[in-house]
Design a protein around this ligand. Sequence first.
Ligand SMILES: [Zn+2]
Length: 145
Amino acid sequence: METCKKFYENVILYMEGSLSEAQKEVFVSHLKECKECQSYLQYMNMLVHDRASDIDTDVEYWDNLAKKITKNIDSFCKKIELRILRLKGLLVGLLCLSCLILAILKEYHRNQEIVKNYHLYKDLPVIEKLDELQELCAFQEDGNE
Ligand SMILES: [Zn+2]
């Protein structure tokens, strides 16, 4: 007669169908007369089937999952590439903008200098007539001869 302990040891093998005919005979004959082992087998059965329903064994599912993961990785890489490209564009744009701002600031500074120093040359004589200029030039040429 098989003891309950032996039954517990063999219950998985029984469920797998791995017991030899002789072992199976002993196992079943104990099962028929032991209420505890009957409920234990029932419990184990329930446990295994509950767990089994949690695990998806569908080959197509796993195949699709692998494809989905590959696709996700691809799109992720593309996104990263696009972001790097955008970042490069942004950097070039920023560089151009800072050059422009620098040029504007330089020009503004030069104009400020002119305004600040206006008093230095506002009283300088302004030659209004072309004749006067020509006369002046002629006078200088005469003087050189
Ligand atoms: Zn038993």
